[in-house]
Design a protein around this ligand. Structure first.
Ligand SMILES: Cc1cc2nc3c(=O)[nH]c(=O)nc-3n(C[C@H](O)[C@H](O)[C@H](O)COP(=O)(O)OP(=O)(O)OC[C@H]3O[C@@H](n4cnc5c(N)ncnc54)[C@H](O)[C@@H]3O)c2cc1C
Ligand SMILES: *[C@@H]1O[C@H](CO)[C@@H](O)[C@H](O)[C@H]1NC(C)=O
Length: 348
């Protein structure tokens, strides 16, 4: 109880201080207050809500049942647009701030927004090794769902919040792409609602022209309402080998050479200057040397690119065993290096 009182008192003091300094001054000069007391709690609530939601949907097995109903709702919206004369373009109703891209499309304001409320995993078919998902399923959600079942998808673009729809309609790539290709190359079928309101399924053998035209189409051919993605067996760890490489030519050669070696499940290079990089190669494994396990995703661990830089600075190679989900989402916390506060001398 006393904790609640002191938190309340603290917040009150903070509010008084903000009033005294002026909101704008606080936002500009003390951005951390906005981040710590507003953005962070809000984003935690946001994540908790979505995790609870995914858990409840899974417990109740409601996703497959509701899927048909939700798709019909999308078809109704498209037919309504047609009845209105179809003069404006249509676009997905997902607000710009929800997407990973920093750009907020102005077209969302002028086009007819079609609400797509499809964010669940529909079916895991272990026999065919295929998972059928709705387009707003995120990478973080999908690995959390599949990995405990012993499955994963071959190409897991790193950031938790990337969605299946965005990765198919735009594109997706990852450190396993030297084996499996782009995200869309791991997809077996798509289901779309077209501009006449019809629902079609396409695959390499069914409406194949549409199937091959969907990737990179950025939503211009129809609304994606489901996708079938290939699954491969998951393992507990990635055995990651770090190697600093110096000299641009050596960096390129090393990277090309490791990418040709199909024994590497993962190949990634982080380049720290024109002449300095760390090339990492990873292999899926269930066994690990306990002393070399590194849970890099834990909140107190350094950002991944900072961790890797240590190998460059020490000029030494190394091996670590990283729990699979920690590896898949290794750049999520730092959004690669975008969260790093940069000192920009010429901007001062
Ligand atoms: C900071 C940052 C880091 C990134 N990191 C990676 C990375 O590690 N690996 C990687 O591969 N890519 C990465 N990307 C690129 C990213 O894959 C693309 O921007 C991707 O398209 C974003 O997906 P989204 O889920 O945010 O989709 P959105 O931006 O919402 O959608 C992308 C496109 O798909 C269309 N679309 C989405 N859903 C549907 C639907 N249901 N029906 C029809 N059209 C639809 C949208 O209209 C839009 O044109 C990164 C981008 C940023 C900004
Ligand atoms: C790094 O180590 C290699 C040999 O392991 C050596 O040839 C090279 O000079 C070292 N580079 C630096 C910058 O210390």
């Amino acid at each position: 109880m006393s904790a609640v009182w002191s938190l309340g008192a603290g917040l009150l003091l903070l509010l008084l201080w903000v009033r005294h300094r002026g909101l704008e001054a606080v936002l500009v000069h003390h951005r951390w207050i906005f981040v710590c007391f507003f953005l962070m709690p809000l984003s935690i609530l946001f994540d908790v809500y979505y995790q609870l939601r995914a858990w409840a949907v899974r417990r109740m097995h409601s996703a497959p049942r509701l899927h048909g109903q939700r798709v019909r709702h999308i078809q109704e919206q498209v037919r309504e647009w047609k009845d209105e004369g179809g003069r404006r373009y249509m676009c997905t109703g997902r607000p710009g701030w929800l997407t990973v891209s920093l750009r907020v499309g102005k077209y969302k304001k002028t086009h007819k927004n079609i609400m797509i409320n499809l964010m669940d995993v529909l079916e895991v078919d272990g026999e065919r090794q295929v998972v059928r998902v709705e387009p707003l399923v995120t990478m973080g959600q999908l690995t959390a769902y599949l990995n405990p079942m012993g499955w994963t998808i071959p190409v897991v673009p790193e950031l938790d919040d990337l969605t299946v729809g965005g990765l198919i309609m735009g594109t997706g790539i990852e450190s396993s792409s030297h084996i499996y290709g782009l995200f869309q190359h791991t997809c077996m079928a798509y289901e779309l609602v077209l501009a006449d309101g019809s629902l079609v399924r396409c695959s390499p053998t069914e409406n194949s022209d549409l199937f091959y035209a969907v990737p990179w189409s950025c939503g211009t051919l129809g609304f994606l309402v489901a996708a079938e993605i290939k699954m491969i067996p998951a393992k507990k760890y990635i055995r990651l080998h770090y190697e600093p490489v110096r000299g641009l030519r050596s960096i390129c050669e090393k990277f090309a050479e490791e990418s040709k070696n199909k024994e590497n499940s993962f190949v990634e290079g982080l380049v720290y200057s024109l002449e300095e990089a760390v090339i990492m190669t990873g292999v899926l494994t269930d066994e690990a040397e306990p002393s070399k396990i590194n849970r890099i995703g834990n909140y107190y661990k350094p950002w991944f690119f900072k961790h890797v830089e240590k190998y460059l600075k020490a000029n030494k190679t190394g091996i670590e065993y990283i729990p699979s989900r920690h590896y898949y989402h290794r750049h999520t916390r730092s959004i690669f290096w975008e969260l790093q506060v940069r000192t920009a001398p010429n901007l001062k």
